[in-house]
Design a protein around this ligand. Structure first.
Ligand SMILES: [Zn+2]
Length: 242
């Protein structure tokens, strides 16, 4: 799935020694490939307390019933979403490179840091992961789906985790970036469908995987499609929230 094979990357590393994507300092030979220990420390992780539904951190600014402003109107078709990082600063830049600068291989290190969180490991253990699909036209342009790679790497690192292309995107949709919350929901409504080759079971716990949760509209639309096909236990996980 990566654009570069390990051999290609090894050759490139001889010519251009890797720098950490956060600190821009040269990587040592140990550990991760593109993220140094210092760089990983600078990523803004999400810790408790966080919203049970969408995973947004409460930051101590909300007291009382802790109603989450991010998913107040969502009433999602998924049960719980867990997110590893805040989608700002270094994370925003890295995810932009993953999606738009042909750097899907940066996902591997982000997943390694994400699963240091015991909640994320528990959330994914034993689940069947279904990445948010790209429409075929978008896939042809990008040549990879970053959500698939996230699911694939989670499965390599978490015991009992499996994944498949259980959903397809049947409607091309404009970018969500500049849309309001209600426009996002309309934009992705009925955009997803269960793949004709998928077997959806009420006994399996599904976790829909994406790079970023913003309003939750995309994950909700995917969860609706799975629910209509018979899924009962549906959760979600993303690398970032924001
Ligand atoms: Zn929330």
């Amino acid at each position: 799935m990566s654009l570069l094979t390990d051999l290609d990357r090894g050759m490139l590393d001889l010519v251009f020694p890797r720098d950490c994507v956060v600190t821009q300092l040269p990587m040592d030979e140990q550990g991760m490939l593109y993220l140094s220990e210092d760089g990983a420390q600078q990523l803004e992780r999400i810790n408790d307390p966080r919203c049970y539904t969408c995973g947004h951190p409460f930051d101590g600014i909300l007291e009382g019933d802790r109603t989450c402003p991010h998913c107040l109107d969502l009433n999602p078709a998924f049960n719980r979403a867990v997110c590893a990082f805040r989608a700002r600063g270094h994370i925003r830049k890295i995810i932009h490179e993953i999606k738009y600068a042909r750097c899907p291989f940066l996902i591997d290190d982000l997943v390694s840091v994400a699963i240091e969180d015991a909640l994320i490991r528990r959330h994914l253990a034993g689940a069947h992961l279904i990445p948010v699909p790209l429409h075929q036209e978008k896939f042809n342009q990008r040549t990879y789906n970053q959500a698939e790679r996230i699911a694939e790497i989670f499965c390599q690192k978490i015991p009992g985790c499996t994944w498949s292309r259980g959903l397809i995107k049947i409607k091309p949709t404009p970018s969500q970036t500049l849309l309001s919350r209600s426009e996002r929901r309309r934009n992705v409504a009925k955009a997803f469908q269960v793949s004709p080759t998928a077997h959806i079971s009420p006994n399996v716990r599904y976790v829909i995987i994406d790079d970023v949760l913003t309003t939750g509209a995309t994950l909700h639309a995917c969860a609706q499609a799975l629910r209509q096909a018979g899924a009962i236990h549906i959760d979600a996980a993303t690398l970032a929230h924001g």
